[in-house]
Ligand binder design. Structure first.
Ligand code: GLY
Length: 387
């Protein structure tokens, strides 16, 4: 056994132990976005919804972890637990509970596209197609973007695009292929192009969000929500772009997305501290007292591995795979909860929203999901995407 395969075996066993231990706690209630003192409580009560409700943008990550655990083990316990979420997400969409934002891709890819792909579950497929249709309501034709947040007539939010959307576009690409309606793919492609052309700066760093004129489509200005400043580079946003452009390439084979993915990946890698785990904003370096965002590095590992699949030059692909391994090993050895029974998370030291004072130096659901996805990708190199 090599050192790498030893690490993988240990990491998989430790991660599955956490997922299994969480099965009973989170069967009827959803975990909160992030841990509190390294423990996930049930999702906090919000806007009249009781604690543990299926609201917010992160509740799909837990079912996503269940599908990954099912793929790693074949255990019917994970499959049964994953299947229960399909009906809940179908009902959420039918009741329109907190579904008017761009994050339907995160929610419905992991809860519904995944079981459709894995098991051919037709309720899951129909629900994911309905979610894709719902997401199209946010499309603004002139700027060619999905508006990130707020109602479509909200003057503060109108015409605002966001880099995170790159991870929501696969739901539309998938719906285009599944339904035969090219409009879905056209919207996803146009949105990805606009993000590539206006949210990626000339040095390959990225704006978190960017305003376009909703009537003329003209690009206006960038603004951050979760980064340090409007002109800095929020680490998780940069990680979303690595994975997101690689996925847009996978669906469209447009060389511009592959080129963009390489550029943003190189910027991310060049701005990592020595141990490979990003500070929450890439302006911070090794001498900083700021917190890491382990989730940004977990997302980047998945993005680098996806990107490496598509590069025609093997030496380039190998370089990104090697970086993915380096970052993953650091996450496992220094940021994971392997051997830490006190936490029910998989990965510690994430940051949700530093300027907003939320989830700082805590585990979070998407960090856990992408850490587990990275483990699956490394364990099963022929893994078929949920995205
Ligand atoms: N998509 C929201 C975030 O990354 O915090």
């Amino acid at each position: 056994m090599t050192e790498k395969s030893n690490d993988l075996t240990g990491a998989v066993a430790a991660a599955l132990q956490k997922v299994t231990a969480n099965l009973a706690t989170f069967s009827d209630v959803y975990p909160h976005d992030h841990t509190v003192h390294n423990i996930y409580p049930p999702r906090k009560r919000v806007d009249g919804y009781p604690a543990g409700s299926n609201v917010g943008w992160t509740t799909g990550f837990w079912p996503g972890m269940l599908w990954l655990a099912y793929e790693l083990t074949g255990s019917p316990d994970y499959r049964q637990a994953g299947l229960m979420h399909i009906e809940r997400f179908r009902q959420r969409l039918a009741d329109e509970v907190d579904v008017d934002h761009h994050d339907l891709g995160f929610l419905y890819t992991l809860t519904c596209v995944a079981p459709w792909r894995l098991l051919g579950d037709t309720t899951a497929k129909d629900t994911a197609l309905q979610a894709a249709r719902h997401l199209l309501r946010r499309y603004l034709e002139a700027p060619g973007i999905l508006q990130a947040w707020g109602s479509m007539d909200d003057v503060q939010q109108r015409g605002r695009a966001i880099v995170d959307s790159l991870m929501n576009l696969p739901l539309l690409y998938w719906a285009g292929l599944e339904s035969g309606d090219a409009h879905y793919s056209r919207v996803a492609f146009r949105n990805a192009c606009r993000l590539r052309d206006h949210l990626v700066r000339s040095d390959a760093s990225t704006y978190h969000t960017f305003y376009f004129d909703p009537v003329t489509g003209a690009p206006l200005y960038g603004q951050t929500e979760q980064g340090a400043t409007d002109e800095s580079c929020w680490a998780r946003g940069q990680a979303w772009t690595i994975y997101g452009f690689a996925l847009s390439y996978a669906y469209t084979r447009d060389a511009g997305f592959l080129h963009a993915a390489c550029r943003v990946a190189d910027y991310f890698l060049e701005h990592l501290p020595q141990d490979g785990v990003a500070y929450w904003d890439l302006i911070y370096t090794d001498t900083s007292d700021e917190e890491r965002d382990s989730s940004a590095s977990a997302i980047a590992v998945c993005g680098l591995l996806e990107l490496s699949k598509w590069l025609p030059v093997e030496a380039e692909a190998r370089r990104y795979r090697a970086e993915a391994w380096r970052i993953f090993t650091s996450l496992y050895k220094h940021y994971s909860t392997a051997g830490l029974p006190a936490s029910n998370a998989l990965l510690l030291q994430g940051v949700y929203n530093k300027p907003g004072g939320e989830g700082i130096n805590e585990g979070n659901l998407w960090g856990d999901y992408f850490y587990l996805e990275a483990l699956v990708r490394l364990t099963k190199p022929d893994w078929q995407l949920y995205w």
